[in-house]
Design a protein around this ligand. Structure first.
Ligand code: FES
Length: 246
């Protein structure tokens, strides 16, 4: 019998969390979270440009059950937990994301020192990439340590991991260190609740039993509207309200 766990792919620069941590996408209902990772509200904090640049941790969502069921349909009245409302809600639970490694479909933006890889399919519209002239421009021009640090911040704070930054000379991927944990994102500037921010290489298993690529940072849809389920594609945001990033 093929052991499906042996086939798991890890993104460059990502490590898998200990095996007890994983999330199972149930076919018709919630995300089932194993391993008891902390689940904490994280709110975007804007900078002087009015764009998200930091996170502020808030409420910790305690749960005493062995498995936490987190809503993915958007209809629960006990967010972030599932309260069974998915059974009556008008939503499509189908997982529409393929399981290809994110870098296979990424575009690269090269500068003298840095390379930014970008896969727009995974954009959660968190907009950390829009400050300081945008992450793409920062990566293309960064030469001084200060410029490189801005590029690292801009790409590395992207909760969805759409953006990945490499140092060309050192052949090194810049990835923030995370413990296995889940952030429940809130975006007060746009007055919307964002996706679930899954950090630290927690394995995500599809309802069909196969795992998605292990990544250090991913965002899972929790409004039920994404066209790239289980991942967030920014569908929780009214896109007509602002100019989209490139
Ligand atoms: S998935 Fe159960 S209430 Fe949303």
């Amino acid at each position: 019998m093929i052991n499906r766990l042996e086939k798991i792919v890890k993104e460059t620069g990502s490590k898998q969390a200990p095996e007890e941590f994983y999330i199972k996408v149930s076919a018709q209902g919630p995300y089932l979270v194993y391993g008891n990772p902390p689940i904490v509200q994280e709110t975007f904090v804007p900078n002087k440009e009015g764009l998200p640049w930091e996170y502020c941790q808030g409420l910790k969502f305690d749960y005493t059950t062995k498995v936490a069921a987190l809503c993915r349909c958007g209809a629960s009245k006990k967010h972030p937990f599932c309260d069974g409302s998915h059974k009556e809600a008008d939503w499509n639970p189908e997982e529409t994301s393929d399981k290809r490694p994110i870098l296979e479909d990424s575009k690269e933006y090269k500068g003298p020192n840095l390379v930014l890889s970008d896969n727009r399919k995974f954009c959660a519209l968190a907009r950390f990439c829009d400050s300081h002239g945008t992450a793409w421009k920062l990566a293309k021009k960064a030469q001084t340590e200060e410029e490189k640090e801005l590029a690292r911040h801009s790409a590395g704070y992207c909760p969805a991991g759409r953006l990945l930054l490499y140092d060309r000379e050192k052949q090194e991927v810049y990835e923030p260190e995370f413990k296995p944990s889940i952030g429940v994102l809130e975006d007060p500037t746009l007055k919307v609740s964002g996706p679930l921010w899954v950090k630290g290489g927690i394995r995500i298993e599809s309802a069909d039993g196969e795992s998605y690529e292990i990544r250090n940072r991913v965002t899972l849809c929790r409004c039920g509207k994404s066209r790239n389920k289980p991942f967030c594609d920014g569908a929780h945001v009214d896109k007509s309200r602002f100019a989209l990033p490139q």
